[in-house]
Design a protein around this ligand. Sequence first.
Ligand SMILES: Cc1cc2nc3c(=O)[nH]c(=O)nc-3n(C[C@H](O)[C@H](O)[C@H](O)COP(=O)(O)O)c2cc1C
Length: 208
Amino acid sequence: MKNVLVINSSPNTGYSLSTQLTSMFAGQLEQGFNLVVRDLGVNPPKHLDQLALSGFFTAPEQHSEEQKSALMQSNELIAELKAADIIIIGSAMHNHSITSGLKAYFDQVARAGITFQYGANGPEGLLTGKQAYVITTAGGDYSLDFMKAMDFQTPYLRHILGFIGITEVEFIPAQGGAMGPEVAEKNQAAARERIKAIAAELSESVAA
Ligand SMILES: Cc1cc2nc3c(=O)[nH]c(=O)nc-3n(C[C@H](O)[C@H](O)[C@H](O)COP(=O)(O)O)c2cc1C
């Protein structure tokens, strides 16, 4: 049994392409997967505040009741992420980067001594041995050379996932939604094809 964590991040709950595609991905996985869905668009994590930060930098056995309660969400999100073998992220581009809900999520799960640590060789991610698939949606198509300098979504996600130890990551772009129906449909069709192929591969490897 493989644990799959689906993380949706679009606040556009009426119509979200990234959420549609993560749902399609999860729907294509056959038997042998235990699915958990975390919707950051519906329930965005809290922004870090003084209490949470002071808790981050205090040993757990010395936490006050207030710090314990301020860290509950972070602890829950980290436990969920640690339990996952496969992570599927739907990332909508907002203002050239990720949504604020997804940024708040990484602020809650990036914790020194728990999900990363610094050593003699610099930072070391602690959430190793996981596979991640990231579906990126955007109005523009950031695979085009002249668009790349404006893309703070894919490079940031690659970095922050690696920073916490998730280095086996495939990006599946479904971009160009605002570049006319032809481009949008072509890119979305390619994303759907790739999702189908990955889901079939994963299903086969679990069945084997
Ligand atoms: C608030 C907001 C900001 C956006 N900013 C950008 C942007 O900077 N660049 C871009 O290419 N598309 C941008 N878009 C377009 C979205 O990335 C696009 O509609 C995408 O499909 C959103 O994913 P979703 O359908 O899963 O919500 C923005 C959309 C919204 C609502």
